[in-house]
Write a protein that binds this ligand. Structure first.
Ligand code: NCD
Ligand code: ZN
Length: 350
C-alpha cells in the first residue's frame, strides 16, 4: 500500500502535561511549545496549584518561560483537595483561569500527598463542576496497598469511577492516561460525559520494557505500563478514530539522578518526540488519516475549544530523528523517552 510521506495537521494539543516550575520549567516549556499549540498543564507542583489565583500566577510563569515569539497557550488545572473552595473554583472557571479540575487520590503518584482521601468530602465541588460543565480530570488508580500495582486502574474503575458516574451522571470526566484494556472498554461502553487521554509511551512499551533484562527507570511512570495485551488495546483505541480517545502525553520530566536511583520516581519525558513518534505509529498501522483526530481534534472538541487554525507538517525521511540523549535543566539533566526504534517522521514546518 502506498502511504503518503508528508502530512499536514492542525497544530496538536497536549491534554495532559507536567511543566514543573523554575529551572525545570524553563528547560521543558520550549520542548512542548515547539510542536504543540496548547497544553492542559497539571497542577501537581509542591505546593500544589489549588486556587484560581495560583493557577493564574503559574500560567504567567509558564508564559515567561516560553520563547518570545511562541504562541503556545497553557491551559490550567486546579488541584482538588479536601479543602478546595467551590466558590473559588467556580470563579476561576468563569474568569478563564482554569479549564479543568484534577483529582489525585492521595498518595497515587508524584506530588499527590495533598490529594483526596475521601471522595465524600469533595461532593460540594463535584456538584458545582457538574453544574458549570467544568471537566474533572482523574488519575484513576486506587492507593490501597493491598491492591497489586498492576490492578490499581481496573480496581479504581470498579470501586470509585463507576459509582461516582452513577451518582453524578452530569459530571464530565476525563479519565487520564488509561493503561488497561479494562479502561478502554469502560470508556467505550459509556454513554456520554466520559473521555480518556492516552499517552504516546503507553502505546509503545509494556511492562517487559521496564523489567526484563535489567530494570529501566526511564520507562517507569504511573500508571505503570501493563502487559502486552493492554498495550494492544490502547493502540487500538488510539487508532480507532473514536473521539473519546485523544492525546495527553503525561510528559513528566524528572532530574536524571532522581530517576536513576534506588527509589526512582515515576514519570517519562516525551515532549520533544511525542508528535513524530505518533506519526510513526499511525503510519505503521496504516492509519495516518486518523492522526489529526487523535492529536489535534478530539481533545479540543471535548474541552469545548476550537480546533487550531495553525498547522504543522510532518515528513517521513530516510534519516531518523536525531534526538538529544539528555536535555540540560540547570545543573540537572532530563532523559527523553527512547522508543527503542528509529523515528523517521520529522516536523518540517510549524
Ligand atoms: C507524574 C509526575 O511526575 O508528576 N508522573 C507520572 O509517572 N506520570 C504524575 C502523574 O501524572 O501521575
Ligand atoms: Zn501526569
Amino acid at each position: 500500500m502506498n502511504t503518503p510521506d508528508r502530512i499536514t495537521l492542525p497544530r496538536p494539543d497536549d491534554w495532559h502535561l507536567h511543566l514543573r516550575d523554575g529551572t525545570m520549567l524553563a528547560a521543558v516549556a520550549p520542548e512542548s511549545a515547539r510542536h504543540f499549540g496548547r497544553a492542559l498543564v497539571m497542577p501537581n507542583l509542591m505546593p500544589p496549584v489549588v486556587t484560581g489565583a495560583e493557577a493564574a500566577s503559574y500560567r504567567d510563569r509558564i508564559r515567561k518561560a516560553l520563547p518570545a515569539d511562541s504562541r503556545f497557550t497553557p491551559l490550567m488545572t486546579l488541584y482538588l483537595t479536601e479543602d478546595s473552595d467551590p466558590a473559588d473554583i467556580r470563579a476561576a472557571h468563569a474568569a478563564g483561569h482554569a479549564l479543568a479540575v484534577k483529582l489525585y487520590p492521595a498518595g497515587a503518584t508524584t506530588n499527590s500527598a495533598s490529594g483526596v482521601r475521601d471522595l465524600d468530602r469533595v461532593t460540594g465541588v463535584l456538584e458545582i463542576l457538574a453544574e458549570i460543565g467544568m471537566p474533572l480530570c482523574i488519575h484513576g488508580e486506587v492507593t490501597d496497598p493491598e491492591i497489586d500495582i498492576f490492578d490499581r486502574e481496573a480496581v479504581f474503575i470498579d470501586r470509585v469511577l463507576d459509582p461516582l458516574r452513577r451518582r453524578l451522571p452530569e459530571l464530565r470526566i476525563t479519565l487520564e492516561h488509561v493503561t488497561t484494556a479494562e479502561g478502554v472498554a469502560y470508556v467505550r461502553a459509556s454513554e456520554g460525559n466520559l473521555a480518556a487521554t492516552l499517552t504516546a509511551h503507553h502505546l509503545v512499551i509494556n511492562r517487559n520494557h521496564i523489567l526484563a533484562g535489567g530494570i529501566r527507570p526511564h520507562y517507569y511512570c504511573l500508571p505503570v505500563a501493563k502487559r502486552e495485551r493492554h498495550r494492544v488495546a490502547l493502540l487500538e483505541a488510539a487508532l480507532s478514530g473514536d473521539p473519546r480517545f485523544f492525546l495527553g502525553t503525561d510528559s513528566a520530566p524528572h532530574p536524571r539522578a532522581a530517576k536513576e536511583s534506588a527509589c526512582g520516581c515515576a514519570g517519562i519525558f516525551t515532549a520533544p518526540l511525542a508528535i513524530p513518534l505518533l506519526a510513526q505509529i499511525f503510519d505503521e498501522a496504516g492509519a495516518l488519516n486518523r492522526l489529526a483526530g487523535f492529536v489535534s481534534v478530539h481533545g479540543a472538541r471535548w474541552y469545548g475549544l476550537p480546533v487550531a487554525e495553525e498547522t504543522i507538517t510532518l515528513e517521513r525521511r530516510d534519516t531518523p530523528l536525531d534526538l538529544p540523549a539528555r536535555i540540560a535543566a540547570g545543573k540537572d539533566e532530563v532523559v527523553p523517552f527512547d522508543p527503542g526504534f528509529p523515528i523517521r517522521w520529522h516536523v518540517v514546518t510549524g
